[in-house]
Write a protein that binds this ligand. Structure first.
Ligand code: SF4
Length: 166
C-alpha cells in the first residue's frame, strides 16, 4: 500500500509507473482554447497508443517521437489539470483514494477496462493525414459522467463512458 499516504514525491520510479492504471485517456489528442485556456479532449488517439492495452507502444522514446508529449512527474502533476478525474496520479494529488477497480487495489489489470473507464470503451476516430483541424473530433466529460458533445461544437462523439466517476 505504498500509495496510501498519497505522497507522490516519495515514490520510487517503479512505484510511480505502477500507479498508472493504463486507461490511456491522457493519450487522446487535446486542443487548448487560446482565450480561456480550457483543454478539450478529442476522440483521436495518439499514434503511439495501443488501444487494447491502454499503454504507449514506445514508452521510453515517446518524448522523442512525439515532442508535445508531456511527462508526468510529482513536481508537475498539480499543473496537469487536464488529466481525467479518474487518473490515479490526479486522484492522489487531490488527496483522493485509489478506486476499487484500480489494478493496485484489486490486482486485476482488466478491471479498468471492464468498468468502461479506458480508451478501450471509446469509439476512437481515424483522422485523414491531411487533417490538421481536430475541432470536429472534440468530446467532453458530461455532467452525468458520460461523454457528450460540447454545445456549439461539431463532431459526433459516439462514445459512452464515465471518467468523472469517483
Ligand atoms: S490518465 Fe493517468 S492513469 Fe490513465 S493512462 Fe494516463 S497517466 Fe495513466
Amino acid at each position: 500500500m505504498f500509495w496510501a499516504n498519497g505522497n507522490l514525491h516519495a515514490f520510487t520510479s517503479a512505484q510511480w509507473e505502477a500507479l498508472c492504471d493504463r486507461c490511456g485517456l491522457c493519450c487522446l489528442e487535446k486542443l487548448t482554447d487560446r482565450k480561456t485556456g480550457k483543454v478539450y479532449y478529442t476522440s483521436v488517439p495518439c499514434r503511439l497508443l495501443d488501444i487494447r492495452t491502454g499503454a504507449c507502444r514506445a514508452y521510453h522514446r515517446r518524448t522523442l517521437l512525439i515532442p508535445s508529449c508531456q511527462q508526468l512527474t510529482a513536481a508537475t502533476i498539480t499543473a496537469c489539470r487536464w488529466l481525467p478525474r479518474s487518473c490515479a496520479y490526479r486522484r492522489l494529488a487531490e488527496g483522493r483514494a485509489l478506486p476499487t477497480w484500480h489494478p493496485l487495489v484489486c490486482g486485476d489489470d482488466d478491471a479498468v477496462h471492464r468498468e468502461g473507464l479506458s480508451v478501450r470503451s471509446l469509439v476512437l476516430r481515424k483522422v485523414p493525414p491531411e487533417t490538421s483541424d481536430l475541432s470536429a473530433y472534440i468530446i467532453d466529460w458530461g455532467i452525468w459522467g458520460r461523454w457528450r458533445r460540447p454545445k456549439g461544437k461539431r463532431g459526433s462523439p459516439r462514445t459512452c463512458m464515465r471518467p468523472n466517476r469517483d
